[in-house]
Design a binder for this molecule. Structure first.
Ligand code: HEC
Length: 100
């Protein structure tokens, strides 16, 4: 029993950190070249994006689309080129950004 509890304690943090899994995905997908979580870089910060679309039901689909097809004019004059992502990864990233 003690051993079981120790195992569970070790395994728990892995489940508690979904945000890190997506930061890893964002880094791996080269998003962080132009974005940061907390501060504006070339593109808006991911937290700014989350704040702008908070509570909008269509936000996840819309942001997924922005990544896959590119986006311009919503935040400024610098465009975001279409990102090389699978639709599933784009959706996971949209979900993560909106959770920030
Ligand atoms: C070459 C630089 C660049 C890269 C790489 C990039 N972005 Fe962007 N991103 C931008 C810019 C610039 C904007 C603002 C576009 C606009 O004004 O419409 C933006 C906007 C966005 C938005 C808001 C779109 C909207 O509809 O309001 C999201 C979400 C986003 N980026 C996510 C990502 C993710 C996730 C990745 C990685 C897969 C990524 N970006 C990679 C530059 C980049």
């Amino acid at each position: 029993m003690k051993r079981y509890v120790a195992l569970m304690t070790l395994a728990l943090p892995l489940y508690a950190l979904p945000a890190h899994a997506s930061l890893a995905l964002a880094t791996q997908s080269k998003c962080m070249i132009c974005h940061q979580v907390d501060a504006k870089k070339l593109g808006p910060s991911f937290k700014q994006i989350a704040a702008k679309y908070k509570g909008q039901k269509t936000a996840e689909a819309m942001l997924t689309n922005s990544m896959l097809k590119g986006s311009v004019g919503k935040w400024g004059k610098i465009p975001m080129p279409a990102q090389k992502l699978s639709p599933a990864d784009a959706q996971a990233l949209a979900k993560w950004v909106l959770s920030l």
